[in-house]
Design a protein around this ligand. Structure first.
Ligand code: ADP
Length: 389
């Protein structure tokens, strides 16, 4: 392999920040550590056939704890909905394949449980590529990212979940890797420091985030393959997902049961699968078939209401209405009143409440809508619509 060394004083304004950076902790010749953070997919080092066989074997032996994994669609046919994304990705990877090049870097964003990770898995599978997965918080040091990148093989796919949590210094190592396929490593400190430029094999970065706004614009702009927003699912699509999952789990559930689960699933596949499993547990213990009626009782016990709201969603609306007089109020104040993390409110609860039109975001903060009052059985105040303006 070719290395080019350049003294760091040539790298201009970046020097200062880099100079301050902590030295990578102990590891290989380049001071790079091979960290346990790097969570390679179980198929990472296998050929296609081996992978297929292992997959089957694991499917057969998989205990209940792995059911989440079992329910993950493995192909485009099984991946329901998100048609626009599927079409775009299809074009992207087909065209790349014709050019015998890996697809360009892709970013998926949207609330948790909508299928971002699943897309990365399907793309890797379709490409016959090895998928290496990690997440923003797991990459603590520049050396962690350098270890990941320098271990990539040609055509590999690197999946970074929660990419908005990457540190700025780490982002700076990622830019040249994404753009020019090189890894710049600083060796040493002070005037004797050198930048080692290590060419990387062609690879595709697929990243996911629940907080696109927290991504710096230089990072966002480097996803040359596209930035895709995952949408909430229609009730019909969720019903299809529930039917598929029920088949895989060997659970019998009638049409009305499927509808009841779909209605309460927050338009989110992960939640739909969770509700299906909880309803199955209830029906199993009560020796009752899974119908609309039994699903209603089971999910009622979980305090999931007919809109799919959880106790915390309802509490949020209640606090917004009672304590903050319907808003507008900021997410931090709401989170403090609910004793929750602001991120939980803004990433998990708010998007769905916004989707249902129960709250609205205004420049001055969150406001409860007329629907929110009605859902909680309260009389909306006369100025409820003015607050939205
Ligand atoms: P995210 O990465 O967006 O948090 P995941 O990709 O982990 O979400 O999806 C969570 C689960 O939801 C998956 O394991 C899978 O079972 C299910 N799922 C997600 N998207 C779909 C889909 N389009 N069709 C069928 N099941 C899906």
């Amino acid at each position: 392999m070719l290395y080019r060394t350049t003294p760091t004083f040539q790298s201009g304004p970046r020097l200062k920040r880099r100079g301050k950076e902590k030295a990578p902790h102990k590891g290989g010749a380049l001071g790079i550590s091979y960290h346990t953070y790097i969570n390679m997919s179980s198929n990472a080092q296998k050929t296609g056939r081996e992978e297929e066989e292992t997959h089957k074997k694991v499917e057969e032996e998989r205990p209940d704890t792995f059911l989440d994994h079992t329910l993950r669609p493995a192909s485009w046919d099984e991946y329901i909905g998100q048609e626009n994304i599927k079409n775009n990705i299809h074009i992207l990877i087909s065209a790349a394949r014709e050019r015998a090049a890996p697809p360009e870097h892709i970013l998926f964003y949207g609330p948790p449980g909508l299928g971002k990770t699943t897309l990365a898995h399907i793309i890797a599978r379709e490409q016959g590529a090895q998928l290496r997965t990690t997440s923003g918080p797991a990459i603590e040091r520049v050396g962690d990212l350098a270890a990941l990148l320098s271990n990539l093989g040609g055509g590999d796919i690197l999946f970074i979940d929660e990419i908005h949590r990457l540190g700025r210094a780490i982002e700076e190592v990622l830019y040249p890797a994404m753009e020019s396929g090189v890894l710049n490593i600083i060796i040493g400190k002070g005037p004797s420091a050198r930048t080692l430029e290590l060419p990387l094999p062609p690879f595709t970065l697929i990243a996911a985030t629940t907080r696109i706004a927290d991504l710096s614009s230089p990072l966002r702009s480097r996803f040359s393959g596209g930035v895709f927003r995952l949408e909430f699912y229609s009730e019909d699509d969720i019903a299809k997902i529930v039917e598929r999952s029920a088949k895989i789990l060997g659970v019998k559930v009638d049409k009305s049961g499927v509808r009841e689960i779909a209605k309460r699933s927050r338009a989110t596949p992960r939640t739909a699968n969770y509700l299906l499993k909880r309803a199955r547990d209830y029906a199993q213990l009560k020796r009752t078939p899974l119908t609309g009626e039994s699903v209603k009782v089971a999910l009622g016990m979980l305090e999931v209401d007919e809109l799919g709201l959880t106790p915390l969603d309802r509490k949020l609306l209640e606090v917004l209405i009672e304590r903050f007089n319907g808003g507008p109020t900021g997410v931090n104040a709401l989170a403090a009143a609910l004793a929750e993390e602001p991120a939980t409110i803004s990433e998990v609860h708010e998007p769905f409440l916004l989707q249902l039109g129960l709250i609205e975001r205004t420049p001055r903060g969150r406001v409860a809508t007329r629907l929110a009052y009605e859902h909680l059985g309260k009389e909306p105040p006369s100025d409820v619509t003015q607050k939205l303006l």
